[in-house]
Design a protein around this ligand. Sequence first.
Ligand code: FES
Length: 160
Amino acid sequence: MHNDDSDTGAGKTSRRRFLEIMGKTSFFAAFAGIFGGTVRFLLPNVLYEPPTIFPVGVVDDFPPDSVTFLEDRRLFLFRRPEGIYIVSSICTHLGCNVKWDSAQAGFDCPCHGSIYDKDGQNLSGPAPKPLSWYELVLTGDRKILVNTQREVNKDFRLQV
Ligand code: FES
């Protein structure tokens, strides 16, 4: 005599119950996917990028004939008798912070040994191009604003 649970009433009930649960689960999963996709579509795609125009201080924060490393901005601010200018500290090889070497009057990269002159022109090592210089603007209350979207030539000086 063959005895299979699937042929019994209890077996049919549990299979039917299983199929009902699976059907409902699939329905709710599909509904949740569609609902989630709709909600995501309604939310804006916001990119949290740092601003490209920002203040770095007022003129008097920087003594005459000084070099200041603005670590959080990855910039060197030079205040010279002929004016103020700003140079990126981001090495053009792989992005390490270069260091200002006042004795050599130039920049050195500690990562792979690139050397730049006082204007950020690459001289040796793997760096493929010079350091970037950015536009500066002086506000009425003597704040210095940097615009990292606008690169300038190495003769740029902000008159203060
Ligand atoms: Fe500066 Fe490689 S990151 S030399």
